[in-house]
Design a protein around this ligand. Sequence first.
Ligand code: ADP
Ligand code: MG
Length: 851
Amino acid sequence: MAPLRFAVKDGFAGAGRLAGFSATLREAVARARSLGAPDGAALRGLQAEAERFDGLGGDARRGALIRLAGHLSSLIEVPGEVAEAARLGTVRPSAGPGPAPQEAAPPRRTSPRTASPKAPPPAPPPAQPSRPVPAPTPPAAPGHPPPPPPPWGSSITLDTPLADLPGVHASPRALLEERGRLTAGQALEFWPRTWQDRTTLRRIAELPVGQEGIVLASVQAVRQRRMRNGRAMLEVSVTDGSAPLGLVFFNAPPWKEKQVKPGDTLLCWGKVGEGFGGRKQMANPELERHQPGDSANFSRIVPIYPGPAGWQHPALRKVMKRLCDELAPRAPEDLPAAVRERRRLLSRGEALRQAHFPAPGSDLVAAAARATPAFRRLVFEEFFFLQLGLARRRRGVKAEAGIVFETGPRAMAAAVARLPFGLTGSQQKVLAEIARDMARPEPMNRLLQGDVGSGKTAVAFVAALLAVQSGWQAALMAPTEILAAQHAATLRRWLEGSGIEVALIGALARGGAQKAAREAVRSGRARVAVGTHALLEESVAFERLGLVVVDEQHRFGVMQRASLMAKGKRPDVLVMTATPIPRTLALAFYGDLDQSKITELPPGRSPVETRLFGESQRKKVLDAVQAELAAGRQAYVVYPLVEESEKSDLADATSGAETLGKSFAPHAVGLLHGRMKGEEKQAVMEAFRRGDLKVLVATTVIEVGVDVPNATVMVVEHAERFGLSQLHQLRGRVGRGAARSSCLLLAQLRQAGADARERLQALCATQDGFELARVDLKLRGPGELLGTRQSGQALLEVADLYRDEAILDEAREEAFALVEADPDLAAPEHRATARALAQRWAGRLSLAQVG
Ligand code: ADP
Ligand code: MG
């Protein structure tokens, strides 16, 4: 409504200056429709005007405005000047261009610039209590200010590089480009950090020191000064009649001085401080000469963008405003109309606009929490396309023909009987879910979550045995050589006497043994193959692969999973992860998998007491280890090892092993690290398992899955350098037997940041992996938690898995329903969605492809 009022005022003087009004109108019509306005002649009339308005010349515009006013006033209550314009329409039903109505124009405000420089400064604007920042004033005297730039032509789209956008200044452009925003569309997705309400004017006299505020004041004097330290300072004295105010600029760019002239009327925004002699002052305020036109920086709720506040920000806002006004409405709508309607979502263009420039009166608290309709739409969209990719992949998998395994009670009992223990209730439950999947003709695609030590290996074993009993082969893929060897050993132990052969594929079995193992798998003599990603190599062939179990999924990419799947006809897939994944994260990234969870630990476990120590308490920690060793127990000492400082980390672990060897003598101390050869590692691990080595000093290679129940204490060196889920995994190496266990964290607490301290404290406070995963999600975001750097990070830009759970559920529901109804998104009304899906996921995770 504001632009319309502006345009019809003063005898339609503003009509020619309306930029991008077609888009505004189109949005208004869409909004009216979505609010349930009857789709009558008035709305259709508005729509028609919207389509042609921008293209009309000045005179034609007057007619169009009159028609618009007429349509509008038949729909809603309109302000006086608009109603006035509408009446002109009824007088001249031809509604063609006519002479400007002969109304007496109200006295125009004298433009400050037109005042002679000699003349005393014009009277300051009358001081009133809080009031709205004045709406754009009627057009001023000729030549001042410069007319707004012509609107961008239709050749300019969201894909246009910022560099090719006319009228975008270099400094805001650089600011955007530095952040990887190279096109108009990318710039529009540079989200504000927060917003500020700049709609209320205050009187200088009433502005409390220490608060931010806006004043409208006229310039009395401008002075350039040099401070004692030699730096330049620009000082501008202004007043609004209630009190004087000093505006000071430090290190002001040269153009700043030219920006202000005595006599100018300025809008100033800043934080009020106290200057010399108690006079109020604003340091480095934002200024704008009070002038007609729609301001990006005042008279509205303005966006505050990330990064330090700088001189460029007002200019950045101007660019964003223009993008919002002119290009956001051209944003293609990629959600199906039915979804938008059902979920009450704004159009993409409107959401983009409001995300930057919320309407006056918007809830700023909600905006800061991104809980506005604009962000709801944007978050929904982000989740929707992610889920759509997952839904399509799941559907693709389900549509293939899979294997029907025999999983009845007798088969199940036979498999379970091989285990040296009874299953926990939780293990039984997930096995029932797995067996049900395996018995179905569609391929299984299931994620099994279970905290460290919850007994996932036993579950995998039973599933593998079910496959073998049905005449198929099973493959178990582990993330490390050591773990693969350990799994192979465990499986062989449990299969003793069954005649079922287990082959170990990978670097640990070399030369002839490796060749024999591969041959056994290829010929089908070995029914179970255990290995690392070596299993993915082309040279590894199976006779009849029916089940693939991937242990510790987060270390493998989604791609690797797919390539193992391709080795069989269409094997069933069970993915196991010990990194508890919060529900939202699991839905967002593993939404193509069905999910099972082991929620209880095997009986007889004791909680691991976890304590945090500073470097000065090292002796205490070593004494605690000494005591365990004296009681016949074993210990782990873990050192961090990161690629960037690999050399010094390795030196740390090596010298640590030497020192500990001396202090723990005669107990034998061994060293294990990733640089060692496969057999060496294997030998050390075996010695520790047998109990020949009492202390194992290791870099994080022991992180996953190693199982030595007699080890009851773990020391973590430089605990501040580990991630939370990593620490939780490490800790899972102890507390595997019935004996009391402890995890002692040695940390350089003083250097550690607040995040590190929060991590370590959370770890001490709970052993609940899911709770820890939530903390981790909050502290580090999804990318890190998934372990693969590329996965989380780039996928979610606006959505927050911690905050937007409800929206995720809605988006997931819609996406899966859509794929159910129209698997190929072939219906005409889904074409835009299909295109957007392909674009979004091009090259990423192959989510857009089926299967
Ligand atoms: P994770 O889920 O971390 O892979 P594991 O499968 O390594 O856990 O199991 C941890 C330990 O618990 C192993 O020593 C395993 O043999 C034992 N275990 C697993 N299930 C049971 C059970 N139902 N009863 C007793 N011990 C079990
Ligand atoms: Mg395991």
